[in-house]
Design a protein around this ligand. Structure first.
Ligand code: AMP
Length: 596
């Protein structure tokens, strides 16, 4: 296939008229108030994500439509909108019976099983603030987040509890209730045997669900009430809890409509785990808002399985990530040729830069190009996207969504920022504040939140440029956070875990470029006096980090250094570690401590 700088869209690319056919006209007409008016609102006033996603549909024809199809290792379980309404009501009643009040924090730590989806939506229905955690986190990231978020309730499975939470329980002072899902009773009603339900505050979720009523009047939340807490990593300090409100549902609705082009008959598959923001905003909320059936695969990535799901489930819209696409590319085109995807009409990707090669791979192997889009935990929803009706420039993140005003800005001498109007200039990507799913703060960290803004501009921390046609191109991060397999990892969290090992004096952690997962976590460690580096110690440290942090966060490589480069003020110079690792120029080292 002839590869060009632009993939021009033709009528054949749009078998279904897209929700956004004319970019300029839709942007000009768009208002967030009008988008809000497309939602129902609560009967007595107010706004609640769970009401918009589930309740408002069940009075009408969507009641019996499949909301989620869970693909287990060996079984399939469908939940209709009607069943989801009843199960989320039961969960909300369980919370109420346990004395959990509105505004209290409900954490969910499970794989992609029905209970996760029921707990998130049921928690929102009850007016609680919900925080889904990634089940591949180790005990330390779990404890840190539960404590920052003052978790009152944790929904988890027997296995995860035993492996990751049980030992920490006395370090979690706010946690009053643990609701356990049996590892063998995914969604079954009725009790199951748990090793630990005799500990005060630990309950069998299925038993409580079976005892609870299946009707619940959705809490009368207001648009500015807190709904979701998503943790994200910075360069320094503990993870930040980005606070999102019920009003964010307006962005979820609008972006589901325009960026993902959801239509009522679609079968949608978002491959992201709800432990990350994409898996909540688009793996749970947005498709439900549009009454669309979602596929949820409980298993981990497997190229053949994924092709089979796309084919067998007749997926029409697929939202995935660059790392997964690169893994499919690696599995080779022959595997893909054994399958066909005649129903697939739109493919989108998010989370890391999408190589032009991957965009073309989509066109050649799936029959559809991949549409990159950009957003982050703080934005709550898609902000910049390649849209169905717009030509694609492979390598570009696309154009701002209706209602989103983006710009490239630079620090102004004397403070503040100035907008760079000229095309193709590099600067920080900024968004004009005011879209509904903008974070409302970082939990207990007002100062860090304030630093995200310069006047009316929210500063994303990403470097980018905009071309003369208004397409945005990602350049890099302006800080040291690491993007591995689409997951943001804070170097500080990894360094802290390594420092807890008795042999370690100091640790510096960087992202090392990797063809498959974008970056792998690499640590540099200097040892305490008297401790000698060895292969055995390296393995021990890798194991130590993995046990504490979990596989998703732990370093894959560790190098020993006699001393780490630090600034005179004592900060580890990760930038320098990275430059040295990659054989790049060391840049300005005037602040480097002598001897490093
Ligand atoms: P997170 O908050 O974990 O969703 O990570 C957000 C960050 O991922 C952004 O600030 C970017 O650095 C990166 N990111 C997300 N989408 C893209 C994209 N399409 N291209 C390049 N980087 C992206």
């Amino acid at each position: 296939m002839q590869r060009s700088a632009i993939i021009h869209k033709t009528a054949a690319d749009l078998p279904v008229p897209p929700n956004l056919a004319d970019y300029a006209a839709t942007c000009a007409d768009f208002s967030w108030d009008a988008a809000r008016a497309e939602l129902a609102g609560l009967p007595g006033g107010g706004l609640n994500i769970a009401h918009e996603a589930v309740e408002r549909h069940v009075q009408g024809p969507l009641r019996d439509r499949t909301a989620f199809r869970f693909l287990g290792e060996a079984s399939v379980r469908d939940l209709s909108f009607g069943e989801l309404s009843q199960l989320t009501s039961r969960f909300a009643n369980v919370l109420q019976t346990l004395g959990v009040r509105r505004g209290e924090r409900v954490f969910v730590l499970t794989g992609r099983i029905p209970e996760l989806y029921i707990a998130v939506l049921g928690g929102l229905k009850a007016g609680c603030v919900v925080s889904p955690l990634f089940s591949a986190f180790g005990p330390e990231p779990i404890a840190t987040r539960l404590n920052i978020g003052e978790g009152a309730v944790l929904v988890t499975t027997d296995l995860l509890y035993e492996r990751k939470v049980a030992k920490l329980r006395d370090r979690l002072p706010t946690l009053r209730h643990v609701l356990l899902v049996g590892d063998d009773n995914e969604g079954d009603e009725g009790g199951s045997e748990h090793a630990v339900t005799d500990i005060a505050g630990t309950h069998d979720l299925a038993t409580l669900m079976a005892q609870a009523a299946d009707h619940f009047d959705t809490a009368a939340t207001q648009p500015e009430d807190l709904a979701l807490l998503h943790f994200t990593s910075g360069t320094t300090g503990t993870p930040k809890g980005a606070m999102h409100v019920h009003g964010a549902v307006v962005t979820h609705w609008a972006t589901g409509r325009y960026a993902l082009d959801l239509h009522p008959d679609d079968v949608f598959w978002c491959t992201a785990d709800p432990g990350w923001v994409t898996g909540t905003s688009y793996g749970i909320i947005a498709p439900l808002l549009h009454g669309v059936t979602s596929i949820v695969d409980v298993a981990e990535f497997d190229a053949e399985r994924w092709y089979r799901i796309l084919q067998q489930q007749r997926v029409t819209i697929w939202y995935t990530a660059p790392t997964a696409i690169r893994m499919l590319m690696k599995a080779g085109p022959e595997l893909a040729r054994g399958f066909s995807f005649p129903r697939l009409r739109f493919v989108a990707s998010v989370g890391e830069p999408l190589n032009p090669e991957a965009v073309w791979w989509g066109q050649e192997v799936l029959g559809k190009p991949i549409h990159d889009n950009w957003w982050q935990t703080e934005t709550g929803g898609i902000m910049i996207a390649n849209l169905p009706a717009l030509d694609i420039k492979p390598g570009s993140m696309g154009r701002p969504l209706p209602g989103v005003q983006a710009a490239i800005v630079r620090q102004r001498e004397g403070g503040g920022v100035e907008v760079v109007d000229a095309p193709d200039e590099e600067g920080e990507l900024a968004l004009r504040r005011g879209w509904p799913s903008m974070l409302r703060g970082y939990l207990n960290n007002e100062e860090r939140y304030r630093k995200c803004f310069a006047g009316d501009w929210y500063l994303t921390g990403d470097l980018a440029r905009r071309d003369a046609d208004g397409y945005y191109w990602f350049v890099g991060r302006s800080d040291d956070v690491i993007k591995s397999a689409g997951h943001l990892i804070g170097p500080f969290e990894v360094e802290s875990a390594l420092m807890e090992h008795p042999a370690v004096a100091e640790a510096g952690v960087i992202g090392k470029p990797d063809d498959m997962v974008g970056e792998v976590v690499k640590a540099f460690v200097s040892l305490k006096q008297g401790v000698e580096p060895s292969e055995a110690l390296r393995k021990e440290l890798l194991g130590h980090a993995r046990k504490k942090l979990g596989a998703a966060v732990a370093p894959k490589e560790i190098d020993f250094l006699p001393v780490l480069p630090r600034t005179r003020s004592g900060k580890i110079m990760r930038r320098l570690l990275k430059a040295r690792e990659l054989g790049l120029p060391e840049g300005d080292t005037s602040t480097l401590e002598a001897g490093a």
